[in-house]
Design a protein. Structure first.
Length: 145
């Protein structure tokens, strides 16, 4: 089973983004099979990330596809096991080039799916924020401001 590691600074200051970057670098050094699948750069500080998602390639098996018997198999199908997403690539004449393209396309699909779920989550959070009941104070302060 594939496991994702997401490190995020939330809405924290630049210091939080710097910690996200440092922790991600240390994890990438410590675990060789780990790679960055998604990142959101900090908008003001170059080289810092507000959010980083790390994963391994172990859950993306690549298999060859042969349509005719006796031909050279150059088409590749990449399947992301936890989500069930799959991509077929037969654009290039070389199987190794098709493997690279299939991985890139699969990671792009995963990013798009992740972006969609993040947008839905943020939308729900904003709706919940707007639905708060206001105007029923438990305590009142009646003093100089």
């Amino acid at each position: 089973m594939k496991k994702y590691i997401q490190i995020t600074a939330g809405r924290g200051p630049v210091e939080c983004a710097r910690v996200v970057t440092l922790v991600a670098r240390e994890l990438l050094k410590a675990i060789p099979s780990l790679h960055m699948t998604d990142s959101e750069p900090h908008n003001r500080v170059e080289g810092c990330y507000m959010s980083v998602t790390l994963a391994t390639d172990e859950d993306i098996p690549l298999s060859t596809i042969s349509e005719w018997e006796g031909t050279v198999e150059t088409a590749v199908r990449a399947i992301h096991i936890p989500t069930g997403l799959s991509v077929k690539c037969s654009d290039e004449r070389s199987q190794s080039q098709n493997k690279v393209l299939a991985r890139e396309r699969l990671l792009l699909k995963l990013r798009q799916r992740n972006d969609k779920s993040v947008a839905e989550s943020q939308s729900r959070q904003w709706c919940n924020h707007d639905n708060l009941e206001r105007g029923n104070p438990v305590k009142k302060y009646s003093g100089p401001l």
